[in-house]
Design a protein around this ligand. Structure first.
Ligand SMILES: *Cc1c(COP(=O)(O)O)cnc(C)c1O
Length: 485
């Protein structure tokens, strides 16, 4: 285990700032005032705030130490399925931090924002090309927000056509946010089971598609990491009854440059710029979930939209069928800069190569671990593969025990217990940015853990043993959160 990245080393304990505080200690010295002193107390009511008093070094060490307790893509492999936790090249951060972009203000007016508008218009164009659609909005702030925007547009489309519909078909392999987005728009979700091989069967869709159904939401590749290869036939069935096909494209990392969703029957699709197009995520920071549509849905896109008139870019709000505004200004601009920089620096071939490597890496893990962990759907996968803990049942070792133990080996655990179609799911998405050596280390760690599950299951039940915080009582943590130290 010493060969593994591990988590031992100089990790310091760190108290709260209030506990480190010493009366009178201060991080700066100010020059003597040249105006008469007035006591602040005279102007304030109530007690002075209880702020910690610390030196500059106290503060620097405090935050540096806390940051070392954290784990991120920059510190190790983060194979969290369905999340695409890939490495985001630093050049894209540098571009987003450029003064002209970082300090751009949305109130500056079109005339002073031509560079920013051009970047957004070009990004819309590239995303339309990559996905095979006619028009794009960059406004939604996340994938789920993109879904919501898409559902509002589907709703507006049916309203415009004179008859609202009440239901949306959602497969059991869809992402969990899909039914939530549909129901926020007033649609009832109708669940549909995928077939034996983990993908949707056209006959099953035909059996429930009717003229009260607004459409279908298909996650492709789905949450089993499988490509919905019947998508075109399914789209034909849905279209023949006047419905629309929504594509959840958050997993575009598997197919960019290879498949254009707009060309296989999908009408509307969201992307996750913060997964596929180089914005670090997972910490709750800003995201972006652009929505791409076919021509027939373009009139419903949110406003404002950007248009180019001769050589200038302008915002347009005069769109009678628009669903309106769904974000202040135009969404999260910094994320767009990173995506633009990523697309330009990768180029068309680079994007396709990234997808191919993402798929290769996932298949390599699937093949390497399939004797070690049970693989419920044993077929070529896309960017992720889903195992479960069936082989470990005998010794009562669960997916959670193995995921916890991976922390001892220096890996972020994969996604666990999702998708729900697989009991005890252990869902691995290595991404294209991991090297073969790092992936091999991960495979060795999982094999070592499976061996422990046979030989020493009691120990595994107490894992993790090496991180700063060991096995947590998750039930108590959720029921009685202790928010202070
Ligand atoms: C991540 C993800 C989403 C949700 O995206 P957020 O940005 O977290 O809202 C939706 N669908 C799929 C398939 C995803 O992987």
């Amino acid at each position: 285990m010493n060969e593994q990245p591990g988590t031992s080393g100089l990790i310091f304990n760190e108290p709260l700032l209030w506990d480190k505080s010493r009366k009178g200690r201060c991080a700066m010295s100010l020059p003597k005032p040249d105006v008469e002193r007035t006591l602040l107390d005279e102007h304030l009511t109530g007690d002075a705030p209880d702020l910690p008093q610390l030196s500059e070094l106290d503060v620097v060490r405090h935050y540096t130490r806390l940051s070392q307790w954290n784990f991120g893509v920059d510190s190790g492999m983060y194979p969290l399925g369905s999340c695409t936790m890939k490495y985001n090249p630093k050049t894209n951060e540098v571009q987003a931090a450029r003064q002209g972009f970082a300090a751009a203000h949305p109130f500056a007016g079109d005339m002073f924002s031509q560079g920013a508008l051009k970047l957004m218009a070009n990004l819309e164009h590239y995303l339309a090309k990559i996905t095979g659609f006619d028009a794009v909005t960059l406004q939604p702030a996340a994938g789920a927000h993109g879904e919501f925007t898409g559902m509002l547009m589907i709703h507006a489309f049916h309203a415009k056509n004179g008859r609202q519909r009440s239901k949306i078909i959602i497969p059991d392999t869809a992402h969990g946010t899909n039914p939530a987005s549909a129901s926020l728009c007033g649609y009832e979700s109708v669940n549909i089971k995928s077939g034996k091989n983990g993908i949707l069967e056209p006959e099953a869709v035909a059996a429930i598609m009717d003229e009260d159904t607004a459409g279908i939401m298909v996650t492709n590749p789905n949450t089993l990491g499988l490509f919905e290869s019947n998508i075109r036939e399914i789209a034909d069935i849905v279209h023949s009854k006047g419905g629309l096909v929504y594509g959840d494209g958050a997993n575009m990392n598997a197919i960019m440059g290879i498949v254009k969703p707009g060309e296989v029957g999908i009408d509307i699709l969201h992307l996750n710029l913060h997964k596929t197009f180089s914005t670090p995520h997972g910490g709750g920071g800003p995201g972006s979930g652009p929505v791409a549509v076919v021509k027939a849905l373009e009139p419903f896109l949110p406003i404002p939209r950007i248009i180019k008139k001769l050589d200038t870019y302008e915002w347009v709000t005069d769109c009678p069928d628009t669903i309106g505004r769904i974000h202040t200004f135009y969404g999260h601009f910094g994320v767009m800069v990173r995506a633009y920089s990523y697309i330009l620096s990768m180029g068309a071939k680079g994007l396709a190569d990234a997808s191919k490597l993402a798929v290769l890496n996932a298949n390599y893990i699937k093949e390497s671990l399939k004797g070690t962990l049970n693989l419920p759907y044993d077929r070529p996968c896309m960017h992720e593969c889903v195992f479960n803990d069936l082989f470990q049942k005998e010794t009562h070792i669960t997916t959670m025990d193995m995921a916890k133990r991976l922390l001892d080996f220096g890996f972020h655990p994969p996604t666990v217990y999702f998708p729900m179609v697989v009991d005890g799911a252990f869902m691995v998405e290595p991404t294209e940015t991991e090297s073969k050596e790092d992936i091999d280390q991960f495979i060795d760690a999982v094999k070592a853990i499976a061996k422990e599950a046979k030989e020493n299951p009691e120990k595994l039940k107490t894992a993790p043993l090496r991180p700063k915080v060991t096995r947590l009582d998750e039930v108590t943590a959720a029921r009685k959160p202790c928010l202070r130290g």
